[in-house]
Design a protein around this ligand. Structure first.
Ligand SMILES: Nc1ncnc2c1ncn2[C@@H]1O[C@H](COP(=O)(O)OP(=O)(O)O)[C@@H](O)[C@H]1O
Ligand SMILES: [Mg+2]
Length: 363
């Protein structure tokens, strides 16, 4: 092992973004310099089981890793069997730093970050608070608004309100917002459960749909917009990348446009917008990042209203897609930080943050 840094890469996960995570992790593993890093691979199945994986990187994306990991566990249970409960002390011995390449609930929402904190292991990315705040669209928007950042008007409903009195919800929405409106589960990603509702009938359906996925639902004024994204990197002094534009293949950037249309959604880097707009967005991205006390990395997504060129903050993603073709690394590439250097930087930031936090414990 020598002086190589030992990095635990955690991939898969219980969320709907399991497959994206497999792709992100594959890209990361292929780019990590074996002279600098030893890796320990930990896959989390869709059901939430943790498995150590010691096989070819190519079999992660295809999902075959799971079968191999199970076979390894059968052959040598002492080495390979470890449950979440046993994870913390085991991992602390095995790795210097963890990289949770997990998107969505149970990966990007502070839950696994809490486990790492308890286990006292440095990890890449945002801490518990920023992760959970960034995941919750209602809490995040409230904080952005409070910080003076522009967000589109929104209302919040709980599932029980929708189930018990949908007509009242509709009445409140129609009193505050004009159609079309966007209805979303508050704590999800990948556009799952999101509907653009153009009238009352569609609104009722949209509320029901979103309520299937979450107990908390956000209803937002629709912005006729271009979608601009900015990558942020750093701890105490975060830096913003050039900005990029998403050109969705559908009417909006829904699940289909994100993952199924085989590359028909396009990324335009840098975005073709006036330099002073890009500068405004970069400044705002850092403000958004600091508002939730983020660390490591995040992609901040904006709406640029077509008619007025007004900028709205849409959301912050604390573990954005990280394949070689994903917006986040491409934005840094265009800013002069190539993919493998970006990974080095993220690991260094994780260690810096850990060391910095240790100082809080000195009594
Ligand atoms: N208020 C809005 N106005 C216009 N388009 C929206 C609005 N909210 C969401 N969208 C569209 O829906 C997509 C997904 O919404 P988003 O809030 O980013 O959820 P997710 O976390 O699933 O990515 C956006 O990328 C955009 O295309
Ligand atoms: Mg989004």
């Amino acid at each position: 092992m020598g002086n190589k840094m030992r990095v635990g890469i955690i991939f898969g996960g219980k969320s709907g973004e399991h497959e994206i995570s497999l792709m992100s992790a594959t890209s990361i593993l292929r780019a990590m310099d074996p002279n600098k890093y030893d890796t320990l691979l930990i896959g989390i199945t869709k059901k939430g089981e943790w498995l150590l994986y010691d096989g070819p990187i190519d079999l992660i994306e295809t999902g075959e890793w799971e079968r191999i990991a199970r076979e390894q566990m059968k052959k040598d249970p002492d080495t390979y069997r470890f449950s979440v409960v046993g994870t913390s002390s085991y991992l602390k011995e095995q790795v210097d730093v963890l990289f949770p390449v997990l998107h969505g609930p149970f990966g990007e929402d502070g839950t696994i970050q809490g486990l790492f904190e308890m286990a006292d292991i440095p990890y890449v990315g945002a801490g518990v608070l920023a992760s959970s705040t960034g995941m919750d669209k209602v809490i995040a928007k409230k904080l952005f608004k409070q910080a003076g950042l522009p967000v589109s008007d929104f209302l919040m409903f709980l599932r029980n309100q929708i189930e018990e009195n949908p007509a009242d919800c509709v009445e409140q929405i129609e009193a505050h917002l004009n159609y079309p409106v966007f209805v979303k589960p508050a704590n999800l990603g990948s556009s799952v459960g999101i509907t653009k509702a153009r009238n009352r009938e569609e609104l009722l359906y949209a509320l029901e749909t979103a309520a299937k996925y979450d107990r908390k639902i956000i209803v937002e004024a629709s912005v006729n917009c271009r979608e601009i994204e900015c990558a942020v990197l750093g701890n105490e002094e975060p830096k913003a990348s050039v900005v990029g534009e998403i050109l969705p293949s559908n009417e909006f950037y829904d699940y289909q446009a994100k993952y199924l249309d085989d590359g028909k959604s396009k990324l335009c880097i840098p975005a073709d917008i006036p330099e002073e707009k890009a500068e405004e967005i970069r400044r705002m991205a850092i403000q958004v990042y600091k508002t939730i006390d983020c660390a490591g990395l995040a992609r901040v997504d904006f709406f640029l209203e077509k008619e007025t060129m007004k900028v709205y903050v849409n959301e912050i993603n604390t573990m954005p897609g990280f394949t070689k073709y994903s917006m986040y690394p491409l934005l840094w590439e265009a800013t002069g930080l190539p993919y493998s250097k970006l990974i080095d930087r993220l690991i260094a930031l994780a260690l810096e943050r850990y060391e910095d936090k240790k100082r809080n414990r000195i009594r």
